[in-house]
Design a protein around this ligand. Structure first.
Ligand SMILES: Nc1ncnc2c1ncn2[C@@H]1O[C@H](COP(=O)(O)OS(=O)(=O)O)[C@@H](OP(=O)(O)O)[C@H]1O
Ligand SMILES: Nc1ncnc2c1ncn2[C@@H]1O[C@H](COP(=O)(O)OP(=O)(O)O)[C@@H](O)[C@H]1O
Length: 208
């Protein structure tokens, strides 16, 4: 809650000025989906793709944020809401700084995602549903967490003992069990081009 004695300090440089400097617009790519659906893999692939096209981007990954900014939060519905609120505020700062913020959070509740969306202007919040059937995520189990959740070692595990609410109308749907990683990244890249958030840039430094 903001205090009535705290005033907003305006900047001399607008978001539009930063877009001019960067030669691209800014937005948030909000990747939501089950654990193991491929959010982090896709987020970092997008980051590399954008970097190689001279586009400023940065990944806010749930696991990483829970080591610092969100380190005091657990997995109750209230803590997940707070996790999403803080991450959305951090993404808003990156968008204000002229960057493409790539958020990879399970963000299982629709209401929390809608709250996050409400912080942004029209067209700035791009919800990407990383769709993957639970049984495939469980087969992948890249961190062995589903096994622990089934064994009762991890409580409130999304998809097993806690809910995941699918988005009703995400801007982009990725089926990570049917599309390759490269095809998924290209799909998002094309969305950014079509919506004139980025243009085809002259490639700069290349990261393999
Ligand atoms: N109970 C429970 N449920 C779901 N996930 C769990 C849980 N406990 C730990 N983990 C690990 O934490 C990562 C999810 O963190 P998020 O910040 O993305 O979650 S949330 O958006 O607040 O729901 C998640 O990362 P991803 O697998 O990358 O999604 C897990 O590695
Ligand atoms: N098309 C795909 N897109 C993303 N990940 C994929 C794909 N196919 C297989 N995978 C694998 O699925 C796993 C997804 O793990 P991760 O990216 O950590 O998911 P999440 O961040 O959603 O928990 C990785 O081991 C990745 O290699």
């Amino acid at each position: 809650m903001s205090d009535k004695h705290i005033q907003w300090q305006p900047s001399n440089i607008s978001k539009k000025d930063r877009h001019l400097l960067n030669s691209h617009k800014s937005c948030v790519l909000w990747l939501t989906g089950l654990s193991g659906s491929g959010k982090s893999t896709l987020a970092y692939e997008m980051d590399r793709l954008l970097y190689n096209q001279n586009v400023r981007s940065y990944v806010l990954d749930g696991d990483n944020l829970r080591h610092g900014l969100n380190g005091n939060l657990g997995f109750s519905p209230e803590d997940r809401s707070e996790n999403i609120r803080r991450t959305a505020e951090a993404a808003k700062l990156l968008v204000d700084a002229g960057m493409i913020a790539i958020v990879a959070l399970i963000s299982p509740y629709r209401a929390d995602r809608e709250q996050a969306r409400s912080l942004f202007s029209e067209g700035e919040f791009i919800e990407v549903y990383v769709d993957c059937p639970l049984h495939i995520c469980e087969e992948r189990d890249p961190k062995g967490l589903y096994m622990k959740a089934r064994a009762g070692v991890i409580p409130n595990f999304t998809g097993i003992t806690a809910p995941y609410e699918q988005p009703f109308s995400p801007e982009i749907v990725i089926s990570s069990n049917r599309q390759s990683l490269q095809a998924s990244a290209s799909r998002i890249y094309d969305y950014l081009l079509v919506h004139q958030i980025i243009e085809n840039h002259i490639p700069g430094i290349s990261i393999e």
